[in-house]
Design a protein around this ligand. Structure first.
Ligand code: MOS
Length: 696
């Protein structure tokens, strides 16, 4: 069977330097805004200053009088879009305002400076209506979405949860909250849009060139082949670039009005805090029941989160709780509040990251209540099969990760009592948490392999490398799939000119793109043998994996954290974190390590730093810059000990790999929170753990 064919070429697994590294450090790898275009214009958006209501008047006379001004676009003169069913994307189609910061117009000018200045001169009047922009637990309008992101069911129940709680020897019932967070890749969302003779070209900072092509074609009512999206290099993407947002439509609308000249639009850092998605805040209640020996008998995880009135996004916060631990009874629920806010969306491990913070903090509390070491408590509740599907795991090595991590980190002599260790001003504690992330398989990707003579093969697929190392990993995969060395591969990605590739999201890229390449290589050999002629070419699609019917496929990991808390100021420092992963085969040790470090750093950040603060009176995020929305710098991050266990999974895909982009953040915030509790004896259940909460 093709899915179990293993490669022996040796390129997969090599710790190869990034092949795009030299171009990136010399500044010759063009990011979206840097593509050379002739005679560009610059766009600066006009954004609503109210959270709900209507635009009643726009006076652009002062703006239009500026030298270098080209035009002002508003709903009064914007072209009509063909498909307005996605209300996040249907901008400038009416006078309606659905959230503060929504695009209600744009200024186009000869320079960025003139565009920005002119946008500030446009006077807008509104008819304002009352709005609600803050998530409240007691919101009377909470509703049950039909399904969750990625198609997961909204609520699940197995066994008799209520009966299990009433007869449990040990119970826990706690509430955990996580804040709104915003994606902050170093490169902001950026587009250069150019209309020429009915064809639209977009140089776009995106996690998926083809998904952008399809959406934009639909919104504008164009044939797909009239839209080309180019994205060879992307300066980071944590989910916000996974789906096109209104900024891309705005740039395309402007370019259509100015046919023939390219329009450049890069969001400012402040604009990144509106309209490109964000992690919903969550309010989570977790109830756990266990018997005298510390075997879980009941798990209940109930989630409240927000969505936007114009478009539903229902995050899958409690899905990991559906299978991580063994129990006879289990319930999960998700409820949404629809608010006058921008549409929430993906941010690294949407669902698992906030949900596993709560579950793994609760597991720490429960271990203490059961008088068990938190590692032993988890091992005691290791399941035989995946409770959600009833299937065995293709491979599950969570216990091995916990044991290996305990050894590497030095867990053995830990005094379980909180606040037991002080070194000078510092209270010192350690914490642990588990991690899991599903192996997603998105349909439809295709790869082309063409023999280009002299032993060289072209491999073409529209995949995006968002900084993860996909350029390098896909060359390694191609070399082994075709049976040549990496020098013999001409890889071409990041452009809709190449075959369709699904989004770099859900940690699925290597699984589906790599499978397409392996399939193309198999068909190529079948048709053209070992001695092909120049120009011989094959295109193949990611095949279905029949093993997904037989096995549940998930990646696992375990984190260990040392936290130090200043006894007076409650400043928290994290001098060391360890992560051990069971993620199938590692394609490239060097780039994989970077993914784990990045994910764990983001978990550390989730635990201690990140929080978007909404001013409910106006409906916007007030700390919308790097001065006030803190993401970690080198000074915040200590030693990261990254390792993985040798995991041989013959079922997941031909590479034997599981996705690694997201698992690093899942559970790592809980490990930090658990270490802070162990250091101080204070259990903060509302992220981020800022000093004020420890002082209380
Ligand atoms: Mo990632 S949040 O799946 O783009």
């Amino acid at each position: 069977m093709s899915t179990t064919t293993r490669t022996t070429g040796g390129a997969i697994g090599a710790s190869l330097d990034r092949i795009d590294g030299p171009q990136k450090v010399t500044g010759t790898a063009p990011y979206a805004y840097e593509h050379h275009v002739d005679n560009p214009l610059y766009l600066f958006p006009i954004r609503s200053e109210i959270a709900r209501g209507r635009v009643t008047g726009i006076d652009a006379s002062a703006a239009e009088a500026l030298p270098g001004m080209v035009t002002v676009i508003t709903h009064e003169n914007a072209p009509q879009l063909a498909d307005t069913s996605d209300r996040e994307l249907a901008i400038l189609q009416s006078d309606e305002v659905a959230f503060r910061g929504q695009y209600i117009g744009a200024v186009i000018a000869e320079t960025f400076e003139v565009a920005r200045h002119a946008a500030g001169l446009v006077e807008v009047s509104y008819d304002e209506e009352p709005h609600e922009a803050e998530l409240r637990e007691n919101d009377s309008d909470l509703y049950t979405p039909e399904q969750l992101n990625a198609g997961f069911p909204t609520d699940t129940e197995e066994g008799d949860v209520d009966e299990a709680f009433s007869s449990a020897a040990v119970t826990l019932d706690e509430r955990y909250t996580t804040p709104m967070e915003h994606n902050n890749p170093m490169e902001p969302h950026t587009t250069i849009a150019l209309w020429e003779t009915g064809n639209l070209t977009l140089y776009e900072s995106t996690q998926g060139a083809h998904p952008v092509q399809r959406t934009v074609a639909q919104v504008f009512g164009l044939d797909r082949n009239r839209v080309r999206v180019v994205a060879p290099y992307v300066g980071g993407g944590f989910g916000s670039k996974g789906l096109p947002h209104a900024n891309t439509i705005l740039a395309a609308l402007a370019a259509r009005m100015i046919e023939g000249r390219p329009v450049k639009f890069a969001l400012t850092r402040q604009q990144m805090f509106t309209g490109v998605g964000y992690r919903t805040p969550t309010i989570q209640r977790i109830q756990l029941g266990a018997d005298e020996e510390g075997h879980l008998t009941a798990i209940d995880h109930d989630v409240i989160e927000q969505t936007s009135k114009i478009k539903e996004f229902a995050e899958q916060t409690a899905v990991a709780t559906r299978s991580l631990y063994a129990t006879q009874s289990r319930r999960t629920t998700h409820r949404l509040a629809a608010l006058d806010v921008p549409v929430p969306s993906w941010m690294r491990a949407p669902g698992e990251a906030p949900g596993m913070y709560a579950l793994e903090a609760a597991m720490d509390e429960m271990a203490i209540a059961c008088n068990l070491d938190p590692i032993e408590f988890r091992i005691r509740n290791e399941p035989e099969i995946d409770a959600e599907t009833g299937l065995p795991y293709s491979s599950r090595n969570l216990v091995a990760c916990l044991r290996e991590g305990a050894k590497r980190f030095g867990w053995k002599d830990r005094d379980p009592s909180p606040r037991a260790r002080q070194e000078g001003r510092w209270l010192v504690g350690t914490g642990v948490a588990s991690s899991t992330y599903p192996v997603f398989r998105l349909p439809g990707s295709r790869a082309t392999i063409r023999y280009e003579g002299d032993g060289r093969y072209a491999v073409e697929i529209g995949a995006a490398d968002i900084g993860t190392g996909a350029w390098t990993a896909l060359i390694q995969i191609s070399a082994d799939a075709i049976g040549v060395s990496i020098e013999d591969i001409n890889l071409r990605i990041g452009d809709t000119t190449f075959p369709f590739a699904s989004v770099a999201g859900g940690s699925s890229g290597i699984t589906v793109w790599g499978s397409a390449i392996f399939e193309a290589a198999r068909v190529f050999r079948e048709r053209h043998g070992e001695n092909p002629s120049e120009g011989d070419e094959v295109q193949a699609r990611t095949p279905d994996n029949p093993e997904t019917e037989n096995y549940a496929m998930h990646a696992f990991g375990a984190y260990f954290v040392e936290a130090r808390v200043d006894v007076d100021t409650c400043e928290v420092r994290v001098p060391r974190m360890a992560g051990v992963f069971a993620v199938g085969r590692i394609i490239n040790a060097k780039t994989a390590r970077s993914q784990f470090i990045g994910g764990m750093t983001m978990g550390l950040s989730m635990a201690l730093h990140e929080e978007s603060l909404v001013d409910g009176r106006f409906g916007h995020v007030v700390n919308h810059d790097f001065a006030e929305y803190h993401i970690p710098t080198n000074a915040d991050v200590g030693t990261m000990d990254i390792s993985w266990i040798d995991e041989d999974d013959p079922y997941v895909n031909p590479m034997g790999s599981k996705g690694i982009g997201e698992i690093g953040i899942v559970g790592s915030a809980a490990a930090v929170a658990n270490a802070v509790h162990h250091a101080t004896g204070v259990r903060v259940r509302d992220l981020p753990i800022t000093p004020d909460k420890l002082l209380r």
